[in-house]
Design a protein around this ligand. Structure first.
Ligand code: C2O
Ligand code: CU
Length: 476
């Protein structure tokens, strides 16, 4: 297992496979009296196909991924959430610049919803883009068991109708030899102290290598969402002749070419791609023919979704691509408050002095508490926030990774600009809600702290978060 993710290594699927009857598009969440209904429930799903054992999953509305919630920018979203599990849980709306009390972080912004309980989520979505929702109570287990789904906020005006706007939610499951979710290794100390829970079975929209049918001569937006606990996906836009429309729900001013070998998508990050036949003199879609979305982080490239083209019968000219940029205040770097955030710990790393729940940990405590990572010497939520600022204050968080591992760091309630890496100013500053930081790297991010409340800042490798990589800040 580990680095090798493959249908090849773990077990063989019958060559027959499953007939593809329709587009593997996700079901839309339905509105009832203006309210979306979400239920967390146990479900048994044969992730690896009919001839393999069923997995004990926890899903929203019994679907993997959960239903696609699709709304318009500026809209009020009401979700009646019911917990039908035997465990407390809560729902977080990842990437939404949301009202604090609706952020879904149990222990910080709300009490977890007890078994049998309900919670009325009610918020406004200020930005258009690709977002998602997931459990935010023991996320390392609840997300691994399938508690997540896409949240897509449409622009008021866009060049893509639903048939040309495809959500691809990607997950990295760890399956046992019987093909069922490997439950015994949930919470394994080795994962918590190393790279997190890496899987061996990649699905797109809950399926293994689904096939999408596209019309040539038309434009498509692919919304890629990484719902993995810990795997940093590597995809190659170049091989698909794709251009990039935006990151983490924030569109660029215009589509961008990506020329490096691969594009990394850390857990929780999103990338919107444009598949287009109007490529300004570049190769047209119908010239590249059918193609696969390949994932490159394993030992060998793995095709995780297929795209087949058919000629458009009535050839309408593709609608022009219209990108709307979200309205967000740019931080004032000159007058920003500077906050150092030093990341330590993990296997093979220097841990130094770690405080957990107000006590200094001794050597023997690491196994017992499972706290092995720290931010500024504190494992998990400190009593005092990382910083407390007045609303409207610009903040630069200077993040220094002194661990031997790569991390994907997420800020709640705000999008930020990546300002510099290792002292080098970023040539293009992108808005993100989750950023990658490699070992020995220092990354500066900046944002206007304009959303009042207590907000989490954590590694989105969910085992790392559980094992210490969580802090919080307050906007007053
Ligand atoms: Cu995607 Cu703290 O969450
Ligand atoms: Cu991490």
């Amino acid at each position: 297992m580990h680095r090798s993710l493959s249908r090849r290594d773990v077990f063989k699927l019958g060559a027959s496979g499953l007939a593809v009857l329709h587009m593997p598009q996700l079901a839309l969440a339905e509105l009832r009296d203006g309210v979306f209904e979400l239920r967390a429930m146990k479900s048994r799903v044969k992730l690896a196909g009919e001839n393999h054992a069923a997995s004990d999953l926890w899903l929203y509305n019994g679907e993997t991924p959960g239903p696609e919630i699709r709304v318009k920018r500026g809209q009020r979203v009401q979700v009646r959430f019911t917990n039908q599990l035997d465990h407390p849980t809560s729902v977080h709306w990842h990437g939404i610049r949301i009202a604090n009390s609706m952020d879904g972080v149990s222990g910080l912004t709300q009490d977890p919803v007890p078994p049998g309980g309900t919670f009325a989520y009610d918020f406004v979505v200020p930005d258009a883009g690709t977002f998602w929702y997931h459990a935010h109570t023991k996320s390392w287990e609840q997300v691994a068991r399938g508690l997540y789904g896409p949240l897509i906020v449409d622009e008021l005006e866009s060049g893509f109708d639903r048939a040309h706007d495809l959500t691809l939610m990607i997950d990295d499951w760890r399956l046992g030899n019987d093909g069922a979710l490997h439950v015994a290794s949930l919470g394994a100390f080795r994962d918590w102290s190393h790279a997190g829970r890496l899987g061996n079975w990649l699905t797109v929209n809950g399926r293994s290598e689904p096939e999408f049918k596209l019309n040539s001569e038309e434009n498509y937006r692919l919304r890629l969402i990484n719902a993995s606990n810990a795997r940093v996906l590597q995809i190659s836009p170049k091989t698909m002749n794709a251009r990039i429309l935006g990151f983490d729900g924030f569109s660029f001013a215009k589509p961008r070419q990506h020329n490096s070998e691969y594009l990394a998508i850390a857990p929780a990050q999103r990338v919107d791609l444009l598949i287009s036949s109007q490529n300004n003199g570049d190769v047209a879609l119908n010239d590249i023919g059918d193609f696969a979305l390949q994932e490159l982080s394993g030992r060998e490239a793995l095709s995780i979704a297929k795209f087949k083209f058919s000629k458009t019968a009535t050839r309408q000219p593709a609608k022009p691509v219209v990108l709307t940029q979200n309205a967000i205040d740019t931080p004032d770097l000159k007058n920003a408050v500077r906050v150092p955030l030093v990341m330590t710990g993990g296997a093979m790393g220097r841990l130094g002095d770690v405080t957990y729940k107000g006590k200094k940990l001794n050597r023997g405590d690491y196994q017992r508490t499972k706290q092995v990572w720290a931010f500024n010497g504190v494992a998990n939520l400190a009593d005092e926030p990382l910083f407390r600022v007045e609303r409207g204050q610009s903040v630069i968080v200077e993040t220094e990774n002194r661990t031997g591992w790569l991390h994907g760091m997420h800020v709640h309630g705000h999008h930020f600009l990546i300002v510099s890496r290792n002292g080098l100013q970023e040539r293009v500053r992108n808005w993100r809600d989750t950023f990658v930081i490699d070992r020995d790297e220092t990354v500066e991010i900046a944002f206007v702290a304009d959303n009042p409340g207590k907000w989490l800042l954590h590694c989105h490798m969910l085992e790392h978060a559980a094992a210490g990589m969580r802090t919080w800040f307050e906007v007053v």
